[in-house]
Design a protein around this ligand. Sequence first.
Ligand SMILES: Nc1ncnc2c1ncn2[C@@H]1O[C@H](COP(=O)(O)OP(=O)(O)OP(=O)(O)O)[C@@H](O)[C@H]1O
Length: 208
Amino acid sequence: MIKVESLNHRYNNGPILHFPDWTIGDNEQWLLLGSSGSGKSTLLNCISGLLKPTQGNIVLNGTDLYSLSSKAMDRFRGQHIGIVFQKPHLIQSLNISENIEIACSFAGLPVIKSKIFSLLESLGLDGKAKKYPSELSQGQLQRVSVARALINHPTLLIADEPTSSLDDKNAENVMDMLITQAKENSASLVIATHDTRIRNRVEREYLL
Ligand SMILES: Nc1ncnc2c1ncn2[C@@H]1O[C@H](COP(=O)(O)OP(=O)(O)OP(=O)(O)O)[C@@H](O)[C@H]1O
């Protein structure tokens, strides 16, 4: 379970961004909705432990994120939170398997190749483990970024605008994949979006 409590953030001398309290239960799926500039990325960065909020707490499975040292936070994030960015951000000089392995290493967890291969297979990427990012299509690269986010069995899977640059069919495919993979991996799912095409796919909505 993830709790967002009494949270607000202020960049430099900008306006104070207020975030309503939010409880994300185990295995729940949520859309994070709000107009441009309303604070979606700021909130996701706070929840991911990447941005210390000016005030308030993020509590994940009983751990107050910002009570951790930065080193402990990095490890905790690696173990409990998987993030799918809009672009895959893979390391070009590493093959697909190695790109996923570094997510295990960052989290201080052992690399189990068989787990990587079976996750790639479940995402329709069998046979791609030894390929390099430049050898895969954009859709395949996005699925690799989902595999990287899931490899450590996170409590929470976060996707930031995963469909905004996609046509209708691919947006549908990506939503299917995120919903199915979150369920199969028993992860809660939060998708930040202003893509109205996907609003009917997820029942719960948090509005900014
Ligand atoms: N690093 C920063 N320094 C100063 N102000 C920032 C910074 N990042 C974001 N902001 C401001 O904070 C507000 C919220 O930004 P944020 O990126 O969280 O919104 P968003 O809802 O994700 O927007 P979008 O949908 O356009 O990506 C905006 O007014 C933005 O200008």
